[in-house]
Design a protein around this ligand. Structure first.
Ligand code: MEV
Length: 428
């Protein structure tokens, strides 16, 4: 990618931005033709959900400067919050100067569950399941032969006992977990079909009765990690030395480790970036969010998903790990025109490569947020971008938007009343 074409990208108009992406090598001129048709047609949307009325749109933009495992990316993000893309790009720019993100992606194994209750003899049931493990795996694979043909399928079986809880009034559950390699797919349908395919057999083997059979969105066997290491001379900011920014940022990460109230906001910032790419790529952002927040509580307390520490040579090291069961095929990925466009923009990545990009965006987002929070605060950057939204809320259109926004930035009170007053002045 020739990034020189992307200089001052934010100052370009739409056509210039698209042409710059072609010049830089992120898109082809054929892709450009397709951008005219990024909107969901009513026909397609009507076939995607029940009772369709209209399409609820979100802005689709790109974050720049992402260097992930030695490769440059322009990252599509679908998001309504004004500062997110700017913050991701700014964070990624500093991290790119420090050799970028290094990622580690685990094997992509998804989990399905059958919940059995009223099991008469738990020891017998567990032994019987263990003895018939191969048959269970065979039955699961027979329920979805196409994934097996492609080289995936059910690989392992685990048993968990959830004890009866008198206080909650819940019975004892015998949980049977199936581990499934879903290859390039997120795999919800594959797993649900397999779990329903083995339910009766599991009831026969255990003597229990199944309450439900469904995948688990807590994808602890599909983890993505990103790491970055930043020299302190890249951290200097607003009267703070690089060492001060590093140390304050580490303290901020420690605070989010010990205080759940702070951890939720810290992780929300990470998810600003993650959800926006997950959404742009046509993946299920509710599944990713639910899994991420459960992972943040894995040790019994809700904690920060990322951590920042000092390297032996004084650099700042950041790390983020979370479950990222995204797919590169299936669901709306294959039919939503904007998801298809995002895929081309990222160079048609595999599911693992997509995980690497997404986890890096989360870390960049967190880096930018913490750096601002522990130095000049978040409002300066936020409100600068919020100014345009306020101008529009006040009724400004066309060139007035920029004019009201510019004056708002230097006004004593940046709020709707000031925006309305400024607009009145301009109009008169
Ligand atoms: C705002 O959308 C996200 C932040 O609150 C994240 C954080 O506090 O770390 C800035």
């Amino acid at each position: 990618m020739d990034k020189t074409y992307l200089d001052k990208f934010y100052k370009m108009n739409h056509a210039e931005r698209l042409n710059a992406l072609v010049a830089a090598g992120s898109l082809t001129s054929d892709d450009l033709l397709l951008t005219n048709g990024l909107l969901l047609s009513d026909e397609l949307a009507d076939n995607m959900i029940e009772n369709h009325l209209a399409n609820y749109e979100l802005p689709l933009g790109v974050a720049l400067n992402f260097l992930v495992d030695g490769k440059d990316y322009v990252v599509p993000m679908a998001i309504e919050e004004p500062s997110v893309i700017a913050a991701a790009s700014a964070g990624a720019k500093i991290i790119a100067q420090a050799s970028g993100f290094k990622t580690t992606i685990s094997e992509r194994i998804m989990i399905g569950q059958v919940a059995l209750k009223d099991v008469p003899d738990l020891t017998f049931a567990k032994n019987n399941l263990a003895q018939h493990k191969n048959n269970i795996l065979k039955k699961a694979n027979a329920a979805h032969p196409s994934i097996v043909k492609r080289g995936g399928g059910a690989t392992d079986l685990f048993i968990r006992v959830i004890e009866a809880d008198n206080e909650a009034g819940t019975p004892e559950f015998l949980m049977v977990h199936l581990h499934v390699s879903t290859l390039e797919a997120m795999g919800a349908n594959i797993i649900n079909t397999m779990m329903e395919g083995i339910t009766t057999y599991l009831e026969e083997l255990t003597g229990g009765s199944a309450l439900m059979s469904i995948l688990s969105n807590y994808a602890t066997e599909c983890l993505a990690s990103a790491l970055c290491q930043i020299p302190v001379d890249l951290l200097k900011r607003n009267g703070y030395s690089g060492e001060e920014v590093r140390d304050r940022l580490i303290e901020a990460s420690q605070l989010a480790y010990v205080d759940p109230y702070r951890a939720v906001t810290h992780n929300k910032g990470i998810m600003n970036g993650i959800d926006a790419v997950v959404l742009a790529s046509g993946n299920d952002w509710r599944a990713i969010s639910a899994g991420a927040h459960a992972y943040a509580s894995r040790n019994g307390q809700y904690r920060a998903l990322s951590s920042w520490r000092k390297a032996e040579n004084g650099d700042l090291i950041g790390q983020l790990t979370l479950p990222l069961p995204v797919g590169s095929v299936g669901g709306s990925i294959s039919i939503h025109p904007a998801a298809q466009f995002s895929k081309r923009l990222l160079g048609d990545p595999s599911a693992k490569e997509l995980e690497s990009i997404i986890v890096s965006v989360g870390l960049a987002q967190n880096f930018s947020a913490l750096k601002a929070l522990v130095t000049e605060g978040i409002q300066k950057g936020h409100m600068g971008l919020q100014a345009r939204s306020l101008a529009i809320s006040a009724g400004a259109t066309g060139a007035d938007i920029e004019q009201v926004a510019e004056q708002l930035k230097t006004a004593k009170n940046m709020n709707l009343a000031t925006a309305e007053a400024l607009l009145k002045e301009i109009e008169s």
